[in-house]
Design a protein around this ligand. Structure first.
Ligand SMILES: CC(C)(COP(=O)(O)OP(=O)(O)OC[C@H]1O[C@@H](n2cnc3c(N)ncnc32)[C@H](O)[C@@H]1OP(=O)(O)O)[C@@H](O)C(=O)NCCC(=O)NCCS
Length: 143
């Protein structure tokens, strides 16, 4: 499924090139074996059918203590129904309650209004730019 939508023109609209699906999967496996675990790359699946429709990641490596960067992507066939915001909110809850994260960061292309809207709807605010990308930040309450 990931490989399928990684070449979908709707997905690629805001990317210069298709992502390397194999390296995303390898990274997910590598991160799952880390001890202590700092980084997560998880699939997003439909609750009833368990069909995989995308993935979501959280990376603490390279971030200040208490901070992490997140990224999410879904197959375009599942955009526009709130699944991405549901996944981001779940990840935010996990980050604050299980990892003691207090600051979440995310970066998107300035033209990617769908991603910007998603982040804003989850409580992120734009905090500037980084390498031609809009940088968003959200504060979360550590448990
Ligand atoms: C960014 C991305 C995940 C956003 O997906 P999305 O489906 O638009 O995001 P959401 O889950 O917030 O859905 C919002 C839409 O669902 C609608 N919606 C319906 N029911 C909803 C509900 N219960 N809750 C929230 N939104 C709901 C909203 O009205 C909105 O519709 P609109 O697009 O017509 O305005 C997707 O575009 C994507 O995978 N892009 C490629 C990768 C990418 O750019 N990632 C960003 C890196 S941070």
């Amino acid at each position: 499924m990931l490989r399928e939508y990684h070449s979908d023109p709707r997905y690629l609209e805001h990317y210069f090139e298709a992502p390397d699906t194999d390296s995303i999967v390898s990274c997910a496996i590598h991160w799952a074996r880390e001890c202590p675990r700092e980084n997560y790359q998880l699939v997003v699946e439909l609750k009833v059918s368990r069909k995989i429709i995308g993935c979501i990641g959280l990376r603490q490596k390279g971030c200040a203590t208490g901070a992490a960067e997140i990224g999410v992507e879904l197959s375009p066939d599942y955009w526009g129904v709130g699944y991405a915001s549901e996944a981001v909110r779940e990840l935010m809850h996990f980050a604050s309650s299980s990892l003691a994260i207090t600051t979440l960061l995310a970066a998107t292309s300035p033209s990617n209004t769908r991603a910007g809207n998603l982040l804003k709807s989850c409580g992120f605010v734009q905090k500037g730019t980084r390498m031609n990308q809009c940088l968003f930040q959200a504060r979360v309450n550590a448990a």
